[in-house]
Design a protein around this ligand. Structure first.
Ligand SMILES: [Zn+2]
Length: 332
């Protein structure tokens, strides 16, 4: 049993309380390699932002859970080396699929876990989430539950249809499970292909696809039921068109990739939404930079020469999100 506290990590409790009160949201960036982690830490330190490092089941399979844990521990040391005296870094399991997965992460030094029982019948979701909370809270690890189903694909998580969270269920769920935060479904979606062209309208000025707006009425109804309770948004990448264009210009083929407009996420950040998950945007920034570099320098074969620009591009993206979308800068 390794406690996250000995690794210099923190849980989400205080962080979320401050974010809800302050009207901003904490960035939850997924990572599975060194360059991505470096970019996240550099961006968080430069903007003085707390940050959640997220690890999905796919990332654990790809990068190895032991390595990821040491990387997160390294992130704390790296942040200090970059001049941040008291970094606030959470190591969080994204979409935990079973009690066993959550337990194994808690035992390995994670400070926060998500148990995603959203695909289960309601009572089973309650029972599973409660079981994880009871285990996690013994070690002061915070737990995110989920109600409602998001559409889209993210690693092993996928669903064709979305079902909005039912505001009339949230109080019962939070009370029965004791979870510390709640992921909800109000129209965000996993991945870079969040919406079909049929679901979108065309912007008359740019000719680009505009997604259906988020269900802010559902969010408001949930907030009314659970005043001040930390709410989480998954599937909140914006799929920057510049990166999609760069990828396609240099041999890629991303057709009809559409994300959530940043002004909608900015609006959500000011509400009880205190954690916003961003994964696809960093994948796009990285891929765009790698494709561009390799296309412009065909003789290059030193990975540092294309992963370096990719890292810089991700860092710029993370800083932009922190400052211009989530508002979590200058909070350390
Ligand atoms: Zn998710």
């Amino acid at each position: 049993m390794i406690s996250y506290k000995t690794l210099g990590l923190v849980n989400t409790r205080e962080m979320f309380a401050k974010a809800v009160k302050g009207g901003y949201a904490i960035p939850a960036f997924n990572f599975n390699n060194m360059e991505q982690l470096q970019a996240i830490v550099m961006a968080a330190v430069e903007t003085k932002s707390p940050v959640i490092l997220q690890v999905s089941k796919g990332a654990r399979d790809y990068a190895n859970q032991t390595l990821l844990r040491y990387m997160a521990e390294g992130a704390v040391g790296y942040a200090k080396e970059l001049g941040c005296e008291k970094p606030e870094i959470v190591l969080h399991l994204d979409h935990g699929d079973s009690f066993e997965t959550c337990k194994s992460c808690i035992d390995m030094g994670f400070s926060s876990v998500m148990i995603d029982g959203s695909h289960l019948p309601y009572e089973e979701n309650v029972a599973l989430t409660k079981k994880v909370v009871e285990y996690a809270h013994q070690f002061d690890v915070t737990v995110e539950g989920e109600l409602g189903v998001l559409a889209g694909v993210e690693d092993e998580v996928s669903s064709e249809e979305s079902h909005y969270t039912k505001p009339e269920e949230v109080v019962d769920f939070v009370t029965k499970t004791g979870c510390d935060s709640l992921a909800i479904s109000i129209g965000t979606s996993h991945g870079a292909y969040k919406f079909t062209p049929e679901q979108c309208t065309v912007d008359p000025e740019t000719g680009r696809l505009l997604p259906p707006p988020l269900a802010f009425d559902v969010l408001a109804a949930i907030e009314e039921q659970l005043p001040g309770f930390p709410i989480v948004l998954h599937g909140s990448s914006s799929v920057p068109q510049d990166d999609v264009d760069t990828i396609n210009k240099y041999g890629g083929k991303l057709v009809a990739a559409v994300g959530i407009p940043e002004e909608q996420l900015r609006k959500a950040s000011k509400s009880a939404v205190c954690k916003i998950n961003i994964d696809s945007d960093s994948r796009l920034a990285m891929t765009a930079a790698v494709r561009k570099t390799l296309a412009e320098k065909p003789g290059e074969f030193d990975p540092r020469k294309y992963l370096g620009p990719a890292r810089e591009s991700m860092k710029q993206l993370y800083m932009h999100k922190i400052i211009n979308v989530l508002g979590s800068n200058d909070k350390l």
